[in-house]
Ligand binder design. Structure first.
Ligand code: XMP
Length: 516
């Protein structure tokens, strides 16, 4: 596999994943590494350029993260962003001090030199700033290439090296020319050719699965109906064909049509060896009378593992277990550069499988961001309904039924959820929303139905639409009232047992996406 890679040194930037994604949007592979990376490790990664990220520290601070001087001497083109610029300038003899005032938010930038980094960028443009320190005294080796009213060295270039520093953040959408600036760095300074294409990514992933699994071993893959496990299964199937066996545990907590969608996609379309384990009764019996959300999660998690383990025993020749670990999981677990297995946050691992099952892991998505996973899924011919599916929690509808989980309450929420999804699809909102769902509340409210007062057996359904890039933060969707009105009247008219629908207008934080 030969591809050019941009190595991003992470000095604790809030936006470090965004930098990596921006680079990849230009079809250039990128990896994020800790600041202590060695020059040899960078060479081994096939780096053609370096980006030094921003970070919260001051370069003159006691515990400020630094990189080794050899890294700067590799002769690779370097783009320093904010802290990254200050650090490189300081290491090459410039002074970094607190600025006269801090600069936060949108600022007007005057471009002084419109070659290389600022090619095709207007002479004046807005940029996003977030800094207190500045490069105050440059050595003769540097020239300023842009300035703002509050920052003389808003961008600098080195006279003899291929180094550019920007005090602002080109990676955020509030810097309109940021895309052009990053492109200039990648293609003009680093000589990238845009070889990170979905066909190549898919091809490389298939190759490395073949290499890892070998000629005779079997891989087991747990399917959930979500995009990650579906793409994992499709990739492995492409790589090793009928030596892939998929297991779908029907826990009875799925949405309407979910089991059929998985079955028709994988068994019928891809001709994958798929076992659907109907374990709904087992899960629902264990959940009987359980109200506490954490207890529900634990029961569901353990039962899932028990059922999966039983099913997996049938495949005596299976040595590998597939897992849909994504690149953000790898980065967040701090193992990005060293290639160790990801330690995914427990909260989101309910419905996942523990290492003690005793398999070797195959993780073909470990290098990819979610949007890249979707593109690989499209490339492999997965249906749009799976590729663009909103995320769905491992414990399923159990976290969306507040209070006891019963068959009746599941049927009610499933019917309401189906209407919600039908209506947002019909209104063209589905792909604009990160996650949309209904929540069944554990209360009755009074209502009038026909000529009578209704109360007993009449429930409230909360509708929740959130928009979010990564689910760490989320906002409620300001969607149109007509759509909400249609959903409310259909749910109340068509779902027996619901007399009230409310819309959740809380952001995360302080709320969460799910209600539990
Ligand atoms: P919260 O509610 O924390 O959820 O804002 C963030 C995202 O995570 C999903 N979620 C889960 N996903 N297993 C999963 O696979 C889980 O146990 C789980 N709990 C929450 C949630 O749906 C949202 O997309």
């Amino acid at each position: 596999m030969s591809r050019s890679t941009i190595v991003i040194l992470d000095f604790g930037a809030q936006y470090v994943q965004l930098i990596a994604r921006r680079v990849r949007e230009h079809h250039v592979h990128s990896v994020i590494v800790p600041p202590g990376v060695t020059a040899d490790e960078i060479r081994a990664l096939g780096a053609v350029g370096l980006i030094l990220s921003g970070g919260p520290a001051s370069v003159y601070g006691k515990d400020a993260p630094r990189c080794s001087p050899e890294v700067l001497e590799l002769g690779l083109p370097i783009l320093g962003i904010c802290y990254g610029m200050q650090l490189a300038c300081e290491m090459w003899g410039a002074d970094v001090t607190p600025g006269r005032s801090r600069e936060f938010g949108r600022t007007e930038l005057d471009v002084l030199n419109r070659s290389t980094l600022f090619a095709h960028v207007p002479e004046r443009t807005s940029v996003w700033m977030s800094h207190g320190d500045v490069v105050s005294e440059m050595s003769d080796d540097f020239v300023p290439i842009a300035s703002t009213p509050g920052c003389r060295c808003a961008a600098v270039a080195h006279k003899t090296r291929s180094f550019f520093g920007v005090q602002f953040h080109p990676e955020v959408s509030h810097t309109p020319c940021g895309t052009q600036i990053i492109r200039n760095f990648l293609y003009d300074a680093c000589g990238c050719t845009g070889d990170w294409q979905v066909s190549q990514v898919t091809h490389d992933a298939v190759d490395s699965i073949r290499e890892q699994v070998g000629e005779s071993d079997r891989v087991i893959c747990g399917l959930s109906g979500g995009v990650d496990s579906s793409v994992v299964a499709a990739l492995i199937h492409e790589a090793i064909g009928d030596r892939l066996s998929c297991i779908f545990v029907d826990n009875g907590l799925m949405r309407e049509g979910e089991v059929d969608l998985v079955d028709s996609t994988f068994r019928q379309h891809f001709n994958v060896d798929l076992t659907v384990a109907d374990a709904a009764d087992l899960f629902l019996d264990k959940l009987e009378g359980v109200i506490d959300p954490q207890e529900k999660r634990v029961i569901i998690g353990h039962t899932f593992i028990d059922v999966f383990r039983e099913q997996a025993k049938r495949f005596k020749d299976a040595r590998f277990l597939a897992q849909g670990t994504l690149y953000p999981d790898v980065i967040e677990s701090g193992h990005g550069a060293s290639g160790e297995a990801a330690n995914i946050k427990l909260h989101h691992n309910v419905g996942g499988l523990p290492a003690e099952l005793g398999f070797d892991l195959v993780e073909p998505l470990r290098e990819l961001f979610k949007d890249e996973v979707r593109r690989v899924g499209e490339h492999l011919g997965l249906p749009e309904e799976i590729v663009w599916r909103h995320p769905f929690p491992g414990p399923g509808l159990a976290v969306r039924i507040l209070g006891a989980v019963t068959r009746e309450r599941l049927a009610l929420l499933r019917a309401a959820d189906t209407i919600i999804i039908e209506e947002i699809r019909a209104a063209g909102w589905y792909n604009k929303i990160a996650q949309a769902f209904g929540v069944l509340l554990p209360i009755n409210t009074v209502g009038v139905m026909g000529d009578g007062r209704s109360y007993a057996g009449q429930h409230v359904v909360a509708v929740r639409f959130v928009e979010s890039a990564d689910f760490m933060t989320a906002d409620w969707v300001h969607c149109d009232y007509e759509l909400l009105g249609r959903i409310a009247s259909r749910v109340i008219n068509e779902v027996d047992g619901v007399n009230r629908v409310v819309y959740d207008i809380s952001s995360k934080p302080p709320a969460t996406s799910e209600w539990e």
